[in-house]
Design a protein around this ligand. Structure first.
Ligand code: HEC
Length: 149
């Protein structure tokens, strides 16, 4: 799903990204230049490896590793719907990274911020430029692409 509100910023990304020969199909946040992948397709590959066992192959929850976990890993396709139709990107990245959960160390979900989440890319949004690990951005882009109304 494309977020029209980011079109102005996105055009700048698109120009820079095309110049470097790397472009994703939609206006997901992408770093200005460089060849590091952050697109949803790459995010899905990461998801399949790191997340599907718990959150399900289709991100609808209850993957095979849920059994005996104590807490059933929730489906991840209603995050936007449950947030007034807006994908809660920052919160999602915080949960994956573990930052958001640092007070809850008994949480069964691994703290992915402790492993390698790829090189840091800069995300330009409005007047802000935020450093984000590429794999974290790709995972968020993938999850944004599987949101349902
Ligand atoms: C060992 C099982 C396990 C793995 C692997 C796992 N999770 Fe989770 N995840 C959970 C559980 C359990 C919860 C619910 C409890 C909580 O909030 O931590 C959760 C919660 C979440 C939430 C918050 C959902 C909400 O409704 O707010 C997100 C987003 C999420 N996981 C994304 C991921 C992503 C992306 C990956 C892979 C990089 C991943 N998880 C890997 C078990 C797992």
């Amino acid at each position: 799903m494309c977020n029209k509100g980011r079109n102005v910023t996105f055009r700048a990304f698109a120009t820079a990204a095309l110049a470097f020969g790397a472009m994703s199909a939609c206006d997901h946040l992408a770093p200005a230049g460089g060849s590091q992948r952050v697109d949803a397709e790459y995010g899905k590959a990461l998801y399949d490896t790191k997340c599907a066992a718990c959150h399900g192959a289709d991100a609808e929850g209850g993957g095979p590793a849920s059994l005996g976990l104590g807490v059933v890993p929730p489906g991840l396709t209603l995050l936007s719907k449950n947030n007034d139709g807006v994908f809660p990107r920052d919160q999602v990245m915080s949960v994956i990274d573990g930052y958001f959960r640092k007070d809850h160390y008994n949480d069964p979900m691994p703290v992915f911020g402790e492993e390698d989440l790829g090189p840091i890319v800069r995300v330009e949004e409005g007047d802000f430029s935020t450093p984000v690990p590429a794999d974290l951005l790709a995972l968020a882009n993938y999850l944004e692409s599987v949101q349902v109304d």
